[in-house]
Design a protein. Sequence first.
Length: 256
Amino acid sequence: MIRKLWVLFSLLAAAIGSANAQASNGIILNQQYVDMCSTPHTYLIATLPTSTAGTYDHLHIVATLGTNWSSTGNSTLDATFGNRGGFSYLYTVKGPSVYGSYTKLSAYQQSDGSVNLYLYMAGCTADTYTVLENQQETVYSSPVDTLDATPPGTLVFDTSNPLYPAANTTDFAGDFYTNGSVGVGTASPTSPLTVAKDNSNIFPNQFMIQGSTNGKQQLLLGYNTTSDFASIQSVKQGTALEPLLLNPLGVLLVSD
């Protein structure tokens, strides 16, 4: 009897707990395209709804855009889009920069406020995209190809245009580019690189440059937050202090 009551109570609690949530199925889709060096193609792949009090949309896409058929010509984009309260996007890139590419993702806002997302490809390219998540978006399982026609509406996003930069890019050489600021020890960097850490060393070293062959060859830059002074010091750790040359080949200007 007690067990039956417990099961009934659990079912009732689950029903009450889910009363404020709505479940819906969003399409998950993988599409693959190959352009055999022919006519350019423009595919309408998704539409973001007009922003209203009843929308809470988001779209998450991973796309591999090939500037050519070589594996090192592929750029993989991880992108999210939304249109509630205004169109927004965030994307990262792994591989070559997509600026000026023959293939791209772009978005055009319509007069009613909705946003159409397109895949454009030209030349000898091979592209894929996967819709990982979508909520309230219209995702087209059979995208219409408008060939080389410029889509209607106002351009609001274009991965081939540096006016719409990626949050960060990592290429095949391991080089890393970020469009924002980097914070070490802080989540709110106030400059392109902000290092936040207290230091009481006689040669404070919040920032250090060292040799690769001999890691003891170091340039220490920092601020002693205990004694309240800044320092730039050249050292060979465990051996000696080393000379520090500032502007060694500069021209000395003397004025009256």
